[in-house]
Each structure stands twice: as C-alpha cells, then as structure tokens.
Ligand binder design. Structure first.
Ligand code: UDP
Ligand code: MG
Length: 315
C-alpha cells in the first residue's frame, strides 16, 4: 500500500504540535491512508521539541528532526523532504492553517497519477489589505519570471517521490520551495483551499521579514532587479541626451543654461541612481558569495524515529 509522508516545519509551535499530530492521525486513518509525519523543529526556543518527542511516543508514525538553530522554513522543508520515506510526500504548516481534509483530496489526486499537487489559496485568511496587495505584486513578478502561475501559491503541496528527489537534487542554498516544486515539472494539478485561522501561537512573519523574504526569493529565482537597473540606466541616458541637446541649443542661441541648481539636481539624481544600482548588483554578488561557500542548508542536531525504543539514548 502506498504511504504518505507529511512534512511539518515547526518553529515555536509548542501549542500546536500535539494537536496537529492528533488531527492528522484522525483524518488520515479515517481515510485509510498509511502515513508518517516528519516534524522539523527549526531551532525553536520553546518546548516544541519536547512536544514532538511526546507525539512520537504517542504515535509511532511521528518522526522528528531537530535543527541546531533556526535556519528558516525553507531549510526545514528541505530537511523534512530528505527525511521522508513515503511514496507521496506532502508539506503543510504545523499550525493547521492548511486544512488536513484537503490533504486527503490531494492524496487521491496523486493516486490518479498527478505527480505534483499544489494547494492554491482561495482566500488569504485574515491578512491585511497591505499584506495581500504586496503578496499579489510579489507573486506577479515571480509568475512572470518563472513562467508558472504563482498567484496565491503556498507551501501546501503534495509531491511524488520522483518530484521530491528532483527538488532535493537542486544544489542551490537559497531554496524557494514554492517555485522549485513548479520548476521541476511533472504532471501537476492545483487544488483550491481556504486558509484557516491559526488556532494557537502566532505568525512568525513580521512585515520586515516578509519584505526580506520576497526580495531574497526574487533575487534567487530571477534577474528582474538587474533588468530594472539596465532599464533605469537607459532611461537616464535618454534624459541626459535630451538635456544635452537642450543645453547646446540654448548655448548657441546665446542663452546658456544657468546654473548651480540644475547641476546639483542632475548630480544628485545620477549619484543616487548609481548607488541604487550598485546596491542591487551588490545584493546579487552577496547571494553568489553565499552560494559559492557551499555551506549546508541546515544542521541537524537530533533525530527521533517514532516507535524506536532507543530514542531516549539517541536524542
Ligand atoms: N516556520 C518555520 N521556521 C521559521 C518560521 C516559520 O519552520 O523560521 C514554520 C511555522 O512553524 C509554521 C509555518 O512555518 O508551521 C508557517 O509559519 P507561520 O504560521 O508563522 O506563517 P503564516 O501562516 O503566518 O504565513
Ligand atoms: Mg500560519
């Protein structure tokens, strides 16, 4: 019988771990799906790891991976995928904002032969208008750059083992799972789902973190900011040509363009445009530097396998 692995990244989710494991056990057992849960503790500072240990004692199908520090959700997803042993592997949030019932629907689609089943948000839950608009803008850029429709994309996905192996074979350090799962190809289908309210704990994403995350992924997956720099340079060049012709005409007609103010404005404008462009190019160089260092994406400090009697000694 086919087995489903569910990867759940968890960062400071002590209030949700046990609940998520019990809910998934109930839903998947009811649907008659053989399963394994892989909870990845992304260096939590609360009791998440202890809850994962408790959950794995309660249910031998629960496994846990513990990071040496917080490496971020993308790293946690990668570690979970590497650890999962199922024929189909799903990724979902540990806070139950991704409905477990949809997981069953996704599994049935996989049984029908779809190799990448993508959860697409129909509503974005209780996000602010500002958040929704900026997410819309970000996914429009990503969709254009990757050639895949990424509007309302989420990390809630179910992948065939083949697709997971392909994602894991991508060597880059800055991974963006949502884009990577589309990039690998395979026969795919979308499943709409409603983002649920978070039952306990709080979102780990501040506005600043989200902006950094968006910019990082745009740089990791696209060259759009560099095209923007080039377009800006062409625009500046055209403006300066117009200004040059205008100044020459004025000069030869005896009304030389006066001025300190004009000079100052032009200098400041060009200066800031150059600095901005250098900043963007510098950001790419920083990312390249990070990639060439080839450091591991994450460091695992402990692993527990549910039902393993030696857990007490090994973790
Ligand atoms: N998460 C993680 N590492 C982090 C931040 C978040 O593993 O550094 C996990 C978190 O525990 C949750 C999922 O990623 O299972 C989604 O996080 P969150 O609920 O904070 O995001 P939101 O739903 O608000 O987008
Ligand atoms: Mg959440």
């Amino acid at each position: 019988m086919s087995r489903l692995s569910v990867v759940l990244p968890a960062y400071n989710e002590e209030l949700m771990v046990i609940k998520a494991c019990r809910t998934l056990k109930a839903v998947l057992s009811l649907a008659g799906i053989g399963y394994e849960l892989v909870l990845v503790d992304d260096g939590s500072s609360d009791g998440t790891w202890n809850r994962i240990r408790e959950a794995s004692k309660e249910d031998p199908n629960v496994n846990g991976v513990h990071f040496s520090r917080n490496f971020g959700k993308e790293a946690a997803i990668m570690a979970g995928l590497a650890q999962a042993s199922g024929d189909a592997i799903a990724v979902m949030d540990c806070d139950l904002q991704h409905p477990p019932e949809t997981l069953v629907e996704m599994f049935h689609l996989w049984e029908q032969g779809y190799e990448v089943v993508e959860g697409v948000k129909t509503s974005r839950g209780k996000e602010s208008v500002m958040h929704q608009k900026s997410a819309g803008f970000f996914y429009r850029i990503m969709s254009r750059a990757t050639g895949f429709d990424m509007q309302n994309a989420s990390d809630f996905k179910l992948l065939d083992r083949k697709a997971v192996e392909s994602v894991l074979s991508m060597p880059e350090r800055s991974m963006f799972f949502r884009a990577a799962a589309s990039w690998v190809g395979f026969r795919s289908i979308s499943v709409p789902f409603q983002v649920q309210e978070r039952e306990a704990g709080e979102s780990k994403w501040s506005t600043r973190k989200l902006i950094c995350y968006a910019f990082r992924n745009i740089v990791a997956f696209t060259t759009i900011p560099l095209q923007f720099v080039t377009a800006g340079a062409v625009g500046c060049f055209c403006c300066s040509l117009v200004l040059l012709v205008y100044s020459l005409v004025r000069y030869f007609t005896g009304h030389a363009v006066e001025g300190y103010t004009t000079l100052l404005i032009v200098l400041l404008f060009i200066g800031s445009a150059v600095m901005m462009s250098l900043g963007i190019i510098g950001y790419y160089i920083a990312r390249i530097y990070e990639e060439v260092k080839r450091r591991p994406r994450y460091i695992v400090s402990k692993i527990i396998h549910g039902g393993d009697k030696n857990n007490e000694e090994t973790d």
